[in-house]
Write a new protein. Structure first.
Length: 245
């Protein structure tokens, strides 16, 4: 079955590196004829250049964030509608690096999700527990709280308009991925809760230290519909290897 592979480049590449990597991935996906849906999320500047320079790209493009308002005196922000105007399909929201680094609250995240959907972007909504929450057995209650607050009063036209990325914070960039069977179990719980809230079929993907060695173990799990990759998406050969699973 076809899966969703999302590359989150964060702020890890120079503009030139982003353009080079995008073009290598574009050619590579065409060559391997990947059956998976691939979504590349560069920083804003690379995003606009890539979207304007690639003709019939072999992947979809997504942003790593958007503003919670449509138009406002919000210096440095980019609105969901401008991203849509650029031709984007997706936006990652609520990544833990934004929740923690930019102090994004569940309330702001909820506003961003509504704004992105209104602009007809598909949302990749990130949730996940910290190591402390895991250690004290609060994983399940915490991710359910993130879901309920982030998705409060959210109405979807189609289930495919929103995708949940389950990313345990302690697994991101640490080299310590969650065991695939445990991730699958949590994905099942998250899916059930999200479907109850949204009244649509919802897909859940996993992220956190996935690489070419462990990717197939996650993709084998039936509750896991795809992967959100950070480090493993920064090199064309590793990303393409994962896309060809
Ligand atoms: P990682 O990052 O694959 O480098 O752990 C994942 C993410 O932050 O989305």
């Amino acid at each position: 079955m076809s899966k969703i592979i999302i590359a989150n480049w964060k702020m890890k590449l120079s503009l030139e590196e982003s353009l080079r990597l995008a073009s290598a991935i574009n050619l590579g996906i065409k060559k391997i004829k990947s059956k998976n849906k691939v979504i590349i999320c560069p920083d804003y500047i690379a995003l606009s250049l890539i979207s304007l320079s690639l003709n019939e790209p072999s992947f979809s493009l997504g942003a790593q964030n958007c503003a919670s308002k449509l138009r406002s005196a919000a210096t440095g922000e980019v609105s969901a509608s401008s991203l849509k105007e650029l031709g984007l399909d997706y936006v990652i929201l609520a990544h833990s690096e934004r929740r923690l680094g930019q102090l994004e609250s569940d309330k702001v995240i909820n506003e961003k999700i509504k704004m992105a959907l209104e602009a007809s972007l598909k949302v990749i909504f990130c949730i996940g527990e910290s190591w402390e929450q895991r250690r004290t057995n609060k994983t399940k209650s915490f991710v359910i709280k993130q879901l309920r607050e982030g998705l409060k009063d959210v109405k979807l036209k189609k289930g495919s308009d929103l995708l949940i990325a389950y990313e345990p914070v302690w697994a991101i960039g640490s080299g310590r991925a969650m065991a695939p069977t445990e991730a699958s179990d949590l994905a099942r719980i998250i899916k059930l809760e999200a479907e109850k809230i949204l009244k649509q079929k919802i897909k859940v993907i996993y992220g956190g230290s996935v690489n070419r060695e462990n990717a197939s173990d996650f993709l084998k799990e039936k509750n896991i519909s795809g992967l959100l990759l950070g480090g493993a998406s920064l090199e064309a050969s590793e990303l393409l290897e994962i896309c060809s699973i």
